[in-house]
Design a protein around this ligand. Structure first.
Ligand code: G4P
Length: 511
């Protein structure tokens, strides 16, 4: 076990992600949280870093953003609660908050899924005029799968929107989790004035509000922290990020009740944050920050112990000791070199191609962290070289971008052609642009009619063999050399599943 001073460091950490549909108010809320933490001093500072998700083909913009987005990938700041309530009496703890940024654009959903593997809890932001949208539902599925504790912020209550009770019902149904309000809105829509904590109600309530509160008391369970930590119950808050209403209530409640770093499951065993041995896994790689220097930053989530600068750690996949002279942590929007970091923190390690997503660093133990799935892509194209003089550059660029997790590469077993699979059109444009600007390579895309890629597996080798022979033209290797079946229609996939009962078709691959 770590010495108690180090344990306290870990206990005060809160590492979380904000999940929302684009435009629900994630950026605005993040900014207000940073303002409360004193980490920034003017509103608008985060906003300017945001990728405009409306411009579906504006990848120039994305390119411009990449320079700053490393700083906004993690926003760390310290915060001390200002007021007590019955759930959470006043305390002197200075909490250390790490907000992990999740790309808003749905074409980068896979990035967001991976970010969710690195957080200990999440806040879901819902636009109260629009309700729960499809993308939020999908991200919430990942949270449920991982039993991530979730709080819900009903944003934009200052606008004409849905009734707060209807919003509660919708959240329960669409997010698939029990909900209970912790604050309530005084008025709604254009009559929205303020929010108050349900366990600290104002006097002289209007008859309507009185009636609402009776209803709430009758219908919703009291907040139960254990149920929240198990991922069974989401506390719900009402407010407006833009008008800074209800944000402090959320933040105070959050730091007190959200979990400090949680145990992480490796293939070999469960790793507890307080263990004195350091362990971490890579969930994100940001390549070529500066086109003049081939520099990458690998983002590691520390699962246990304490990380020290210039200390040798074991790179499990490479079976090699490595040390880092310039690790960075992220304070507010600045990247700073750090001497030490603790379980719960994210460290950025400058990298020259040693790391892949899913890599593990330890103090010597051979561990592999689970749960960094690669989802079955939904769009496919052949990638061809458009400049015969630059084949090497193209190969290198494609390989590095795939390690970064931008998209997935498959190689046809029939003809050796490279196929790129993505979840959205925008990713193809980003790849092409980055190949050109970072690797001086040119590519061409060739359309490919494809329904789904699935990883196949079977104990029945004879059947697997027959399958691979019969489906030779649909077989590909993934980046690790595993067999992938590329079905060109739902029908073909269904038939294959029916005809080959001993073969399992996986739609995600664990890294
Ligand atoms: P996102 O990161 O989830 O995509 O959302 P973002 O914070 O950028 O908010 C999307 C839009 O919603 C912004 O308006 C923002 O000002 C607005 N907004 C956020 N919270 C609230 C709120 O509580 N009430 C109201 N009425 N609006 C809110 P925009 O027009 O896109 O940008 P801007 O011109 O306001 O900067």
């Amino acid at each position: 076990m770590l010495p108690s001073a180090d344990q306290n460091e870990i206990l005060r950490r809160r590492t979380f992600a904000i999940i929302s549909h684009p435009d629900a108010g994630k950026t605005t809320l993040t900014e207000k949280l940073l303002l409360y933490g004193g980490a920034i001093h003017v509103a608008g500072a985060v906003k300017s870093n945001k990728i405009r998700k409306t411009a579906t083909s504006d990848w120039m913009e994305i390119e411009k953003q990449r320079g700053i987005s490393v700083a906004t990938s993690v926003m760390g700041f310290d915060y001390r609660r200002t007021a007590g309530d019955s759930h959470a009496p006043q305390d002197d703890t200075i909490y250390h908050i790490n907000i992990l940024d999740t790309p808003g654009h749905q074409d980068f959903a896979e990035d967001t899924f991976r970010t969710l593997t690195a957080v200990d809890s999440a806040i879901v932001v819902i636009d109260s005029a629009k309700g729960v949208e499809a993308q939020t539902r999908r991200l919430m599925e990942v949270c449920r799968m991982r039993k991530t504790p979730v709080m819900v912020f009903m944003n934009k209550m200052d606008r004409e929107g849905k009734d707060p009770f209807d919003l509660m019902d919708e959240a329960e149904k669409e997010l698939g989790i029990h909900c209970t309000p912790v604050t309530w809105a005084n008025g709604q829509g254009l009559k929205f004035e303020s929010v108050f904590a349900l366990d600290n109600r104002p006097e002289n309530l209007s008859p309507k509000l009185q009636e609402d509160l009776e209803m709430i008391d009758g219908v919703y369970p009291a907040f139960d922290r254990e149920a929240y930590l198990r991922g069974d119950l989401a506390p719900v808050f009402y407010g407006s990020a833009y008008k800074t209403v209800g944000v402090q209530e959320l933040l105070d409640f959050f730091v007190k009740n959200a979990p400090s770093p949680r145990p992480v499951l490796a293939e070999e065993r469960e790793v507890a944050p307080m263990e004195d041995k350091f362990t971490a896994f890579c969930f994100k790689i940001h390549a070529n920050m500066d086109p003049n220097h081939r520099s990458c930053i690998a983002f590691f989530k520390i699962c246990s112990g304490k990380f020290l600068r210039n200390t040798y750690y074991y790179h499990v996949r490479k079976d090699q000791q490595m040390r880092f002279a310039a690790p960075t942590c992220f304070m507010a929007q600045k990247k700073e070199t750090v001497d030490e970091a603790f379980a719960g923190d994210i460290v950025g390690l400058p990298d020259t191609g040693n790391f892949k997503i899913g890599d593990t660093l330890t103090s010597g133990e051979k561990l592999h962290f689970k749960g960094l799935p690669s989802f079955s892509p939904e769009m496919f194209k052949y990638i061809d070289n458009a400049d015969p003089m630059k084949q090497k550059q193209l190969d290198k660029g494609v390989s590095q971008l795939m390690d970064e997790g931008v998209a997935q590469l498959f190689v046809s077993q029939l003809n050796g052609r490279k196929i790129i699979g993505t979840v959205g059109q925008l990713q193809f444009e980003v790849i092409q642009y980055r190949l050109e600007h970072e690797y001086q390579a040119k590519c061409k895309w060739q359309p490919l009619q494809m329904y789904k890629a699935c990883w196949i597996e079977s104990d029945d080798e004879a059947e697997l063999d027959t399958f691979k022979k019969r489906k030779a033209q649909y077989m590909a290797f993934d980046k690790e050399g595993r067999d992938v079946f590329m079905a060109d229609s739902a029908y073909v996939l269904n038939m294959a599943q029916q005809d080959y009962k001993h073969i399992t078709f996986h739609f995600t691959s664990e890294f």
